[in-house]
Design a protein. Structure first.
Length: 539
C-alpha cells in the first residue's frame, strides 16, 4: 500500500498541544491496525535539541538509537507504545546542513541553490525515503511552530508540494478563546489562522479547536461556514481529565471515520480489544481508588516540561497501582545553605531526584536524599539522582567528608563520580554523551532492581558524561551501599541501592521508556512502595 500522509499544523500560538493531537491520531490509526509513524519538523537551526538548555525547549528526549530529539517524541512513543528512530526527527539544522554539504560536493553544479526548489525537494526526498524504508500505511507529520512563522514557512511549502504527489490530509489545530464577560467562544483568530494557510495554498480538511470548555454548536456552524467545511470537520479539543482520553474523545466525535475516509483507506473495524484496554487504563487514571504523594525534586522545576517524561512515568505507574499521584514539585536549590522546609516531606510517600547538568541545586538534592534515607522515605534517583545518592552515602555513611562528583568539584578530596573514560578526549558537545539504549546486567538475585524488572538483563536509555568511580566501590559497599546492576563488561555501575528501606538509583533514564500501557518497572515499584507507605505511614 502506498503511504498516505497527515500534516498537523498549528495556528495562532504554540503550546496548544499539537504533540498530543498527533499522538492521539497515531493511537487512533493503531486502534484500526494501520501502521502509523510520526515525523516531527522543528524549525531551529540546531542539528538537534541535544545542546539546548531544558528551559529553552523542555526536556531533551532520547531514543534507543541514541538520537536526541524533541520532547514530542516522548508523547508519540507513550501514545503509540512503540520505540521510534531518530530519522523521524527533521530539523532546520539537518535540512540546511544536508543541502549545503551537497552543494559543496558539487551536486547542484551550475545551479543557484535556493529554498525552492532545492530545500523543499530535500524535504520531500527525506519524507519519501522514510516512507520507502519503513513502509507505514500513514505518516503523521507534525510541523513545529505556528503558521506564519519564518522558521517553518519553507516546510509548509514543501507539504503543499507533497500534496501534489500524494494523498495528504491537512489538519489545522487552533485556539478559540472564550471571553469571560460574554461567555462566547470567539472564532475570529481561528478564521485568520485558516486564511493564512489558504494563502500558503493549503486548505485544511479539519479544524481542531482547542477550548477550555465544550465547543458550542453555534461556534462550529460559524467556523464551518467561514472555512467551507462541513460541521463535522470542526473538531472539539476541550480540556480532558487526562490527555490519554483524547483519542477516545476524537472517536466519539466520529473524527476517526472521516479521517480514514479522507486518506482513501478502505473502511475496516477498529480493534475492540485494544480500545477496551486503553479505556480501562484511562478509567484507572481518571478515577483511581487510592492516592500517593510524590515529591519530584529537580533543578529546572520552573519549567515543568523539563520533566515531562518523569511526570508521565509517574502517571502511568500510578494508574497501574490504581492510585492518583499528587506531585509536589520541589526546586532543589531551595534546600541549600540551611534553607528548606523538611516538614513538607511529612506526608510524602516517595521522593524522586531527577537528572541534570551543572552544580546549581546539587547540594540541595544531596540534603533531600539524606532526609529520604534517614526517614526511610522510598527513593528513586534518576541519573544525576543516582550519582548524588552515591555522594550522599559517601559523605554521611562511609565517612568520606568532601566527597563529590568531579562535575561539580574537580578538586574534591573524594571524587565518587568521575568523567567516563570514553568522554576524556571529547571536546565537541553535540551528540557526544553516552547516549541511547545500553544493556545492563542485574547482578544481585535479591534486589529492588531484579524485583522490579523480573529479569537479569535489561536495557534502558542513557544520557550522561559521568560515571560511578569504581575505586570507591569497596569502601562504599563495606559501608552498606549495594551495587546491583552493571554493564555487561562490568566496567560501569548502573544501579545502586540502600541496604535498608526502598532506595534505588540508576544511571539510566527509565522514564524515557515508560508508556501509558507499559509503565517503567522502576516507577511501578516505587509507586507500589509509596502506596503501602501511604496506607501505613508509621511503618
Ligand atoms: N550531569 C550528569 C552526567 O553528565 C548527569 C546527567 C543526567 O542526569 N542526565 O553524568
Amino acid at each position: 500500500m502506498q503511504t498516505k500522509y497527515i500534516v498537523v499544523l498549528g495556528s495562532l500560538m504554540s503550546g496548544l498541544g499539537k504533540g498530543v493531537v498527533t499522538g492521539s491520531i497515531l493511537r487512533i490509526l493503531d486502534f484500526y491496525n494501520y501502521k502509523a509513524l510520526p515525523v516531527k519538523f522543528d524549525g531551529y537551526l540546531n542539528f538537534d535539541c541535544g545542546t539546548m538548555n531544558p528551559y529553552q525547549h523542555g526536556e531533551v528526549f532520547v531514543l534507543d538509537d541514541s538520537s536526541e530529539v524533541d520532547m514530542d517524541f516522548g508523547i508519540y512513543e507513550r501514545f503509540l507504545g512503540k520505540s521510534l528512530t531518530g530519522d523521524l526527527s527533521i530539523t532546520g539544522g539537518k535540512l540546511f546542513g544536508s543541502v549545503i554539504s551537497k552543494e559543496r560536493q558539487g551536486k547542484y553544479l551550475g545551479e543557484t541553490v535556493q529554498i525552492i526548489p532545492h530545500l523543499t525537494d530535500q524535504i520531500i526526498k527525506n519524507i519519501e525515503s522514510i516512507a520507502t524504508g519503513k513502509k507505514p500505511d500513514v505518516m503523521v507529520i507534525e510541523v513545529g511552530g505556528t503558521v506564519g512563522d519564518i522558521e517553518n514557512s519553507y516546510f509548509i511549502e514543501a507539504m503543499r508540494q507533497l500534496s501534489l504527489k500524494h494523498e495528504v490530509v491537512f489538519i489545522n489545530l487552533t485556539y478559540l478563546p472564550t471571553l469571560d464577560v460574554v461567555g462566547e467562544q470567539k472564532t475570529k483568530p481561528a478564521q485568520i489562522g485558516f486564511r493564512l494557510l489558504l494563502q500558503d495554498g493549503i486548505r485544511s480538511n479539519f479544524i481542531i479547536c482547542r477550548t477550555a470548555s465544550k465547543l458550542l454548536e453555534s461556534t462550529k456552524e460559524k467556523l464551518a461556514l467561514f472555512a467551507n467545511l462541513s460541521k463535522d470537520r470542526i473538531i472539539d479539543d476541550q480540556d480532558q481529565l487526562t490527555l490519554y482520553n483524547l483519542p477516545l474523545h476524537f472517536m466519539d466525535l466520529g473524527f476517526d471515520r472521516l479521517l480514514i475516509k479522507d486518506l482513501g483507506l478502505k473502511p475496516r473495524d477498529p480493534n475492540a480489544a485494544k480500545i477496551r484496554l486503553w479505556k480501562e487504563n484511562v478509567g484507572r487514571t481518571v478515577s483511581p481508588k487510592g492516592e500517593v504523594n510524590i515529591a519530584l525534586v529537580g533543578k529546572y522545576t520552573h519549567l515543568r516540561d523539563s520533566y515531562a517524561s518523569v511526570k508521565e512515568a509517574i502517571i502511568h505507574a500510578a494508574a497501574k497501582n490504581d492510585v492518583r499521584a499528587n506531585i509536589d514539585w520541589i526546586e532543589s536549590s531551595d534546600f541549600e545553605g540551611g534553607r528548606g522546609d523538611y516538614s513538607s516531606f511529612k506526608s510524602t510517600d516517595a521522593i524522586i531526584v531527577t537528572g541534570g547538568f551543572g552544580s546549581r541545586g546539587t547540594e540541595g538534592m544531596i540534603n533531600i536524599i539524606e532526609h529520604a534515607r534517614k526517614n526511610r522515605i522510598p527513593y528513586l534517583g534518576l541519573c544525576l539522582g543516582m550519582q548524588l545518592m552515591a555522594v550522599e552515602y559517601a559523605r554521611n555513611v562511609a565517612g568520606l567528608p568532601g566527597a563529590n562528583s568531579a562535575e561539580f568539584d574537580s578538586s574534591a578530596r573524594h571524587k565518587i563520580i568521575v568523567l567516563l573514560d570514553s568522554q576524556k578526549r571529547i571536546t565537541a558537545k553535540g551528540g557526544t554523551m553516552r547516549l541511547g539504549a545500553q544493556e545492563c546486567v542485574l547482578i544481585e538475585k535479591s534486589s529492588i532492581a531484579r524485583a522490579a524488572y523480573k529479569a537479569n538483563s535489561i536495557s534502558e536509555r542513557h544520557r550522561h558524561r559521568y560515571e560511578f568511580n569504581n575505586k570507591y566501590a569497596p569502601i562504599l559497599k563495606k559501608a552498606g551501599l549495594r551495587i546491583t546492576g552493571v554493564t555487561r563488561d562490568r566496567k560501569l555501575v548502573e544501579f545502586i541501592e540502600w541496604r535498608t528501606g526502598f532506595g534505588i538509583g540508576t544511571q539510566s533514564h527509565p522514564e524515557l521508556k515508560s508508556r501509558f500501557e507499559a509503565p517503567a518497572p522502576l516507577f511501578a515499584s516505587l509507586i507500589h512502595e509509596a502506596k503501602s507507605r501511604h496506607a501505613h505511614p508509621s511503618s
